[in-house]
Ligand binder design. Structure first.
Ligand SMILES: C[S@@+](CC[C@H](N)C(=O)[O-])C[C@H]1O[C@@H](n2cnc3c(N)ncnc32)[C@H](O)[C@@H]1O
Length: 301
């Protein structure tokens, strides 16, 4: 029995339940004769649905900053021949994709922000506060300028406090920043979690106490906010009129950027006034979807 386990694992597909899938398909409305770009390919869940909906008559280009995710998506989508896989950030779409070399016009770009359940659960990235003995890293790609360890040990106290407050609305942000500075140098996830736990007297709120600082730290390491603003502007400039842009965000800081860029761009028309959110049934099936917001726009000029 034990000898069989690796074989099962080898063939087990690593999947991620795509969030707001029906809404994405309804608003992207993928059609034959176009190429669709998934700028956050992940495990390829949304991409697969786009390919299935268009019966092999549309092309798909999947981009991910994380090489491991790209490889898993390549395996998950191996039955589709009309897919291309590119390693990079979505802000690099204009450099990664030469529109003149595409055989079909671009129908739309999808961005499903953040990280996948695979990345959160895999100890390789150090993104979960459960992996206590792992070194603080959190980098999803080789272009990140600083690891989690470097940020925690090098940033001034005020900059750390602002990070936890601005990105995660973390109430004891100042207290946490002070404790980090007092306990330097930090090396492992466990050391950081212990400091986060000191912020809360009630043991029941301990899990919560590490969740928000972890999210803020991951966002800083991966420069997610800068990447989002830069990426949206680069994609909007690059898209041809009539192509759509769909963005799924997972926290208020991200959604604020999407909302403002969409509102302030004279080249875009918002197709929906208020962002779409998951139904109670979707949240019951996939709790990760609970904070998702989908905004949809079309390039007009
Ligand atoms: C929420 S997951 C996407 C899941 C995917 N929609 C699916 O259904 O399987 C987000 C993915 O986007 C990637 N990612 C995040 N920011 C990125 C960026 N700026 N450029 C490229 N990929 C990015 C992450 O590495 C992760 O694999």
């Amino acid at each position: 029995m034990i000898g069989k386990i690796p074989i099962i694992l080898k063939f087990k597909k690593i999947l991620h339940i795509p969030v707001l899938l029906n809404e994405v398909l309804e608003w992207l409305a993928p059609e034959a004769g176009f190429v669709y770009i998934d700028g956050t390919l992940g495990m390829g869940g949304h991409s697969r649905a786009i390919l299935e909906k268009t019966n092999g008559l549309a092309d798909l280009i999947g981009i991910d900053r994380d090489l491991k995710s790209l490889e898993i998506a390549r395996q998950n989508l191996q039955n589709y021949s009309n897919c291309q896989f590119l390693h990079g950030r979505f802000s690099q779409i204009p450099q990664l994709i030469n529109k003149k070399q595409l055989s079909k016009p671009v129908g739309g770009v999808l961005l499903d922000l953040g990280i996948s359940s695979f990345q959160l659960d895999s100890p390789v990235y150090g993104l979960s506060f459960k992996d206590k003995n792992i070194n603080l890293d959190m980098r999803l790609d080789p272009w990140c300028t600083a690891s989690a360890e470097k940020i925690l040990n090098d940033w001034p106290e005020k900059k750390l406090a602002d990070l936890f407050w601005d990105i995660a609305d973390y109430k004891p942000a100042r207290k946490l920043a002070k404790a980090i500075v007092q306990n330097r140098p930090l090396k492992t996830i466990g050391e950081f979690v212990e400091i986060c736990n000191l912020m809360h007297k009630n043991p029941q709120s301990k899990i919560q106490s590490a969740t928000l600082p972890f999210m803020a730290l991951r966002i800083a390491v991966n420069e997610e906010m800068q990447e989002l603003e830069k990426g949206l502007n680069a994609i909007i400039d690059w898209l041809e009129p009539s192509a759509k842009l769909l963005v799924i965000s997972f926290h208020s800081g991200e959604d604020r950027i999407v909302k403002n860029v969409f509102k302030n761009s004279s080249n875009l028309e918002n197709l929906i006034k208020k962002p779409l959110m998951p139904t109670p049934a979707e949240i019951r099936k996939n709790s990760r979807s609970r904070s998702a917001k989908l905004r949809v726009a079309v390039k007009i000029l």
